[in-house]
Design a protein around this ligand. Structure first.
Ligand code: GUN
Ligand code: ZN
Length: 433
């Protein structure tokens, strides 16, 4: 048993529904961890005598749950900041060539290790991750995640209509998906997501097959892209003239359900959002990506009116940062352009328990609740001279908002996985392992 003493904040419920009661804040708190799980979290004055035998480590800064990145592409790590195109042309010009390199297991292993260390440096402890069409790209990521004991959900990308060198077939897609599920099921904190890239890169037969695979495994997610870019939406409309809308394409193939996660959802009809809500599907809101590719402004209030599950995705390499703090800052600006103001407590909820709910892991992580895995980070509101000046003497609300607007990896003083130090700012990756 071990205990961590410091200022602790978590937002396990959505403040939109639960109001201020959603916010759990202990200015002098104690987080008690045993076997990697939270035993108790509350005021130091109440808990210290009950857990007197636990050695206590003081953590200066603000302790919050580890971030959840609800949509990111690890093979695009090296393509971040590729200039000059919107989605479909950007894929052809920058992304597909880079993804071909993941046929080489050594390359996949090197990028997977760098990627996961980068997540930890940015305070991200759980993520829903796109790999590539190569089964080996998933093996590489899962192996590296298992070594770090991270909560990572991923899957081989299905894309039988992909470009030459990056296309599978229906049969190969199914066989590799089934083999990966069998190989990795139940290991560490890993999970599988059946991952058709998007409607345009799979045949009708492969989309239908993906629906069957999802139906036959109750513990897997379905992870894809939806309604991101106007050019993409027009292409989907012309290929599927009978569908009611883009979501309906996925729906017809059994891909819309409570375990489905759709990245983007920038241009959505009320019908489609209503159907997603009815099905219990979730959204990954990817603000830096939507701005970078010029995709559009996600309408958080519209999704909220339908009561949808929402998480935050960096979507690197269309996203421009691995930092969930920075991503929340861009989310705030997108909401401003939509005439709404994203509250910092709600932003923290979306980036932790909200994302965990989208990924179906809210019982395991995201709220620092007793019984959950003790994945947490220490935020440093004094990380730079400007942060320090802006946050000195400020209220919790203002400190949190300053971190959201000004923060990035510099504000992550430390990252803990199951109560163990996994990253300390300034330390070289891997030295703590
Ligand atoms: N739609 C299909 N593939 C991709 C991708 O790799 N990135 C983004 N942002 N959208 C996609
Ligand atoms: Zn994406």
């Amino acid at each position: 048993m071990k205990a961590f003493r410091g200022e602790i904040l978590s937002v396990p419920e959505d403040p939109l529904h639960a109001g201020p009661a959603a916010i759990r804040h202990y200015p002098d708190g104690l987080l008690v961890v045993e076997d990697g799980l939270v035993m108790a979290c509350g005021p130091y004055a109440e808990l210290s005598s009950r857990y007197a035998e636990a050695p206590v480590e003081a953590l200066p800064g603000l302790i919050v749950p580890g971030f959840v990145d609800a949509h990111v592409h690890y093979p695009q790590t090296e393509c971040i900041a590729s200039h000059g195109a919107q989605l479909l042309e950007w894929l052809d010009r920058h992304i597909f060539p880079a993804e071909q390199a993941f046929a080489d297991p050594a390359h996949a292993a090197a990028i997977a290790a760098f990627f996961l260390d980068e997540l930890l440096r940015n305070g991200t402890t759980s993520a829903l991750v796109f790999a590539t069409v190569h089964a080996g790209s998933v093996d590489a990521l899962f192996r590296a995640a298992l070594a770090r004991d991270m909560r990572i959900v991923s899957g081989k990308v299905l894309m039988d209509q992909g470009p030459p060198g990056l296309a599978d077939s229906v049969a190969q897609g199914r066989a590799e998906t089934e083999a990966l599920i069998a190989r990795w099921r139940g290991r560490g904190r890993l999970g599988y997501a059946v991952t058709p890239r998007f409607a345009l890169t799979s045949s009708d037969a492969q989309l239908a097959d993906a629906g069957k695979i999802v139906a036959s495994h109750t513990d897997v997610l379905m992870h894809t892209h939806l309604s991101e870019n106007l050019g993409e939406i027009a292409a989907v409309e012309s290929r599927f003239p009978d569908a009611q809308d883009y979501l309906d394409v996925y729906d017809r193939f059994g891909l819309v359900g409570p375990r489905s996660v759709f990245a983007h959802c920038v241009h959505m009809s009320e019908r489609a959002l209503g159907r997603m809500a009815e099905a219990g599907a979730g959204i990954a809101f990817c603000p830096t990506s939507n701005l970078f590719l010029g995709s559009g402004l996600f309408d958080l209030a519209q999704s909220d009116r339908h009561g949808l599950k929402i998480g935050i995705g960096t979507d690197v390499g269309a996203g421009t940062s691995f930092s969930i703090l920075h991503t929340l800052g861009e989310a705030y600006k997108i909401c401003q352009l939509r005439g709404a103001s994203l509250d910092p407590f709600r932003a923290l909820h979306l980036a932790t328990a909200g994302g965990a709910r989208v990924m179906g892991i809210a019982d395991r992580v995201g709220g620092l609740m007793p019984g959950q895995e003790a994945d947490f980070i220490v935020l440093d509101p004094g990380a730079t001279p400007l942060f320090a000046r802006r946050t000195a003497g400020a209220t919790l609300h203002d400190r949190l908002f300053a971190l959201q607007i000004l923060g990035d990896d510099r504000a992550i003083a430390a990252t803990y996985l199951k109560g163990k130090l996994a990253h300390r700012r300034g330390a070289a990756p891997g030295v703590l392992a």
